[in-house]
Design a binder for this molecule. Sequence first.
Ligand SMILES: NC(=O)C1=CN([C@@H]2O[C@H](COP(=O)(O)OP(=O)(O)OC[C@H]3O[C@@H](n4cnc5c(N)ncnc54)[C@H](OP(=O)(O)O)[C@@H]3O)[C@@H](O)[C@H]2O)C=CC1
Ligand SMILES: CC(=O)C(=O)O
Ligand SMILES: [Mg+2]
Length: 508
Amino acid sequence: MESTLKALREGESVLDLSPRSTVSGGVEDVYGEDRATEDQLVTPWSFSVASGYTLLRDPQYNKGLAFTEKERDAHYLRGLLPPTVVSQQLQEKQLMNNIRQYQVPLQKYMAMMELQAGFSTHHDKITQHEIETNERLFYKLLVDNVEELLPIVYTPTVGEACQKYGSIFKRPQGLYISLKEKGKILEVLKNWPERSIQVIVVTDGERILGLGDLGCQGMGIPVGKLALYTALGGLRPSACLPITIDVGTNNENLLNDECYIGLRQKRATGQEYSELLSEFMAAVKQNYGEKVLVQFEDFANHNAFELLAKYGTSHLVFNDDIQGTASVVLAGVVAALKLIGGTLADHTFLFLGAGEAGTGIAELIALEMSKQTKKPIEETRKKIWLVDSKGLIVGSRQNSLQHFKKPWAHDHEPVGTLLEAVKVIKPTVLIGSSGVGKTFTKEVIEAVSSINEKPLVMALSNPTSQSECTAEEAYQWSEGRAIFASGSPFDPFEYKGKVYYSGQVLNW
Ligand SMILES: NC(=O)C1=CN([C@@H]2O[C@H](COP(=O)(O)OP(=O)(O)OC[C@H]3O[C@@H](n4cnc5c(N)ncnc54)[C@H](OP(=O)(O)O)[C@@H]3O)[C@@H](O)[C@H]2O)C=CC1
Ligand SMILES: CC(=O)C(=O)O
Ligand SMILES: [Mg+2]
């Protein structure tokens, strides 16, 4: 190592792979190209300091035309850039103008990913010169244009990006750990170029937003969530690691799609699944230490609750869909009390959807109510009702319920539909966490509006296509009386001469 460093300091080549090439003609096989064959693997390793041409293509350090005169001299950039030096502000302005030219959100997404990591080169209008890879500029843009760009980098656009990941995918982002890596996960983690990781967002792609099983293409989710950790939370990008665990997919369309980038097999389950996850969690701790935060994202609920419970005592873990959602929704409800009146305990909650989001939110609301009223949580839970795909969760269903639904099986006769449930439970707050769009029908919104002067309606399911109703529908069907918020954003809506701005409740 010392001799390598000495050679570097003295400007000698350290790329020379012995034995020396036997190819004659005066040109040495410095890079080992002549010797590399598919059978005899030679890693094309190089010891490089990012300067000159390489620096311009390094997302982390590239500044494009914003490199100063001094930096151009110091980093061998002379001639590789046109002579003008521009400020980052001007770069930002030009880039936002370019991104705004795109009509289709997915194109904006691809342009943003190109800027972040050199994602794709498929551009119709924007030339390669206009979108360069420049991670600092990506975050500057995101921080300065949060409202405009978050729906691009995250929901709703990220949902479409994941659905089409195979065909828009060019350069990999994040780390892929598949069943093929079983027994070698620690080595795979070591392939990641950064060492000081503070947060990992990991998915297995089985419940991507409300879009279902997108397998390996779920990678857009950890990448997007971690961009928000940096843009909104101030974490260094190099401290963030997006990971997708690929155990296969049950999505037949993907399995038959020639562009699919993941393992072409049905999902591993049971022991095979838990052994891979267990190896992963152990490797994470071994490689990054005790304090690395592992955020589980968009796992299906049959794994999500179990993983959280299993690793909650040994690792620093967090499930965004169960816990993160609960905290933002509670905050949203508390804020809305200023408009709808009363305390938390004065309200009756009805959920459509009793999975990770629904039961996670319900439990935190019950806890907060219990804290405020000093009543036991078993009592405050009774103010909260949930409907799943089989109807209202009631005592007679107790034995057939998944464990996370059991605390919500209150005494009541069976009720089959949401509309009937609204009529009999008479909620003041209606929350959608079903992942199924259009389920807050005109009749449902009218029913909840007939009970309340100002019904609080939250349609949390993502992306927009899965929202239980739109802002327009909520305002129209409630005749402008609903207090409405959604997971994916809606534009302001004008109704009878008044403009309504809906809220966004999202576990960013
Ligand atoms: N805004 C935000 O911050 C967040 C939004 N979400 C969104 O919430 C949605 C659900 O996520 P999650 O809770 O993790 O998913 P889960 O799969 O864990 O839960 C979905 C629940 O909805 C129920 N359901 C499905 N279809 C229907 C239907 N037609 N009628 C009534 N109930 C139905 C399911 O019933 P059953 O159990 O009987 O199958 C299940 O209880 C997703 O769209 C996700 O994007 C999630 C996290 C955060
Ligand atoms: C927002 C989010 O985490 C979800 O829809 O899954
Ligand atoms: Mg999620």
